[in-house]
Structures are given as structure tokens and as C-alpha cells.
Design a protein around this ligand. Structure first.
Ligand code: S3P
Length: 164
């Protein structure tokens, strides 16, 4: 079985790395946010503003559990690790790869992005607070940790390929 969960903070490159790995191994790639947007027919921002974070989190867990291919990459939203239920589920149903990046690098990547409801307002402060709050949850959830700062996508996927 080769079911890989990519976890990490917003802006750590989960989507880009997931797509590159899917190509490398010729296996399907699912993104939990995109799957949810497809089913709901509306954006993550709209789901947050209309139904709230609690609703989003419960739908996110449902989507996670609905992806059951034996061979696939699953890229997850940055908050997937918040629930113990999700951390345990991923760890027992596949290999969990954590993509890490420094706060500076994350801010560089998502500085101008307005599609992430949790970062509305003072991005620097929001990113720093959430990052510190979540750091240990990411570490707990992961089988493998990859530091991505200053690395190309090619280097990152080679490292994952070697470590798995
Ligand atoms: C979230 C991260 C987002 C998305 C939602 C909540 C989070 O995904 O799931 O906005 O709580 O970190 P990305 O990590 O793909 O930006």
C-alpha cells in the first residue's frame, strides 16, 4: 500500500509537492480542500463565512475518511492535524509526511493570498500564533519530516522518495 498523507502549515507547498509526487509515482492525488469544495459547490472561504469553522472541520474529517484508494497522495488542509481523531486516522491508514518551512518562508509564499479565512487581518501575527500553537501537533502526526526552506520541488520529492 502506498497511501501518503501530506501535512503541514498553510504555504508549505503541500499541493505543489503532492502533484509532483503523483506524477513521479503515477498515482492519483486528492486534495481534501478541493474535494470539499467540489462536493459543496462553494469555496472554503464561503463555507467558513456561512457555516463557520466547526462545520468546516467536521466536513474535513468526513472527506479525509472518504478517500480510500490504496495507492494515492492526499494533500490536506493545514488544520487537519487539529483533531486527535484525524492524526490517529492518518497515522494508522498511511504514511504521513510533514512539510516544514520557517515562518519567514511561509509569509513570503502566502503574503498576498486572500483565500485563507484564518489569515484575514494581520497575517504576520496570525501566522506566527497559529504556527506556534500547531507545531507540536504536526510533529506528533508525522512519520517523516521534510524541511523545505530553500529547497527546490525536485529536491523535496527526491528526499520523500528516499525516506519512504
Ligand atoms: C486551513 C488551511 C487551509 C484550509 C482552510 C483552513 C488551516 O488549507 O484548509 O483555510 O486551518 O490551516 P491550506 O493549508 O491548503 O492552505
Amino acid at each position: 500500500m502506498k497511501r501518503i498523507y501530506l501535512i503541514g502549515f498553510m504555504g508549505t507547498g503541500k499541493t505543489t509537492v503532492g502533484e509532483a509526487l503523483g506524477k513521479l509515482w503515477s498515482i492519483p492525488v486528492y486534495d481534501t480542500d478541493k474535494e470539499l469544495e467540489k462536493i459543496e459547490g462553494r469555496s472554503i472561504s464561503t463555507i467558513f463565512s456561512t457555516d463557520g469553522e466547526g462545520y468546516f472541520r467536521s466536513r474535513e474529517t468526513e472527506i479525509l475518511k472518504a478517500i480510500t484508494d490504496n495507492e494515492c497522495i492526499i494533500t490536506t488542509g493545514g488544520g487537519m492535524v487539529l483533531k486527535e481523531e484525524n492524526r490517529t486516522y492518518m497515522k494508522t491508514n498511511g504514511k504521513v509526511v510533514l512539510l516544514k518551512a520557517s515562518i519567514e518562508e511561509i509569509l513570503n509564499r502566502i503574503g498576498n493570498d486572500h483565500t485563507r479565512p484564518l489569515l484575514e487581518g494581520d497575517k504576520k501575527e496570525k501566522v506566527s500564533n497559529l504556527y506556534l500553537e500547531r507545531l507540536s501537533l504536526y510533529e506528533q502526526a508525522a512519520h517523516i519530516v521534510i524541511n523545505t526552506d530553500g529547497k527546490t520541488i525536485q529536491t523535496i520529492i527526491n528526499e520523500i522518495d528516499k525516506k519512504l
